[in-house]
Design a protein around this ligand. Structure first.
Ligand SMILES: [Zn+2]
Length: 132
């Protein structure tokens, strides 16, 4: 039983998958940290100041016997803010990823057979025709 379990861990990809999940979770935490501690303070310098994130359309406001006010509202300011945050963060993460990941070689289509070939190629690898 134990031997079988050990075999399952070593011969299948279970261990690799588990490590991948753990590293993925840690990476997610790191990205969240970078965004919250490093990017957002810089981004907040660019965004308009003021309480526009608090803007809302009040649908109903009820004051109960104890004098406590219950407000039902559409908080569109927060929605616009969250959307803006998402767009900026996604854009920055895209730029960082683009800078860090290896670049794919530039390709072009062969005019004769339409196969993808390297941009610098003088001869098509698929059909053999000369390409400029
Ligand atoms: Zn070709």
């Amino acid at each position: 039983m134990f031997k079988e379990f050990k075999e399952f861990l070593t011969k299948s990809n279970a261990m690799a998958l588990a490590i991948g999940v753990i590293i993925g979770a840690a990476t997610g935490k790191l990205v969240t940290g970078i965004v919250a501690e490093l990017l957002m303070p810089i981004i907040s310098l660019v965004l308009p100041a003021g309480d526009w994130r608090e803007k809302q359309i009040i649908l109903k406001s009820v004051v109960d016997a104890a004098g406590k006010e219950t407000v039902t509202s559409i908080k569109y300011g927060a929605l616009v803010g969250d959307t803006l945050d998402f767009l900026i963060i996604a854009c920055v993460v895209f730029l960082v990823t683009k800078a860090l990941l290896p670049k794919e070689p530039a390709m072009k289509d062969c005019p004769e057979c339409l196969e993808k070939i390297p941009l610098a190629a003088k001869k098509c690898k698929a059909c053999g025709s000369a390409v400029g």
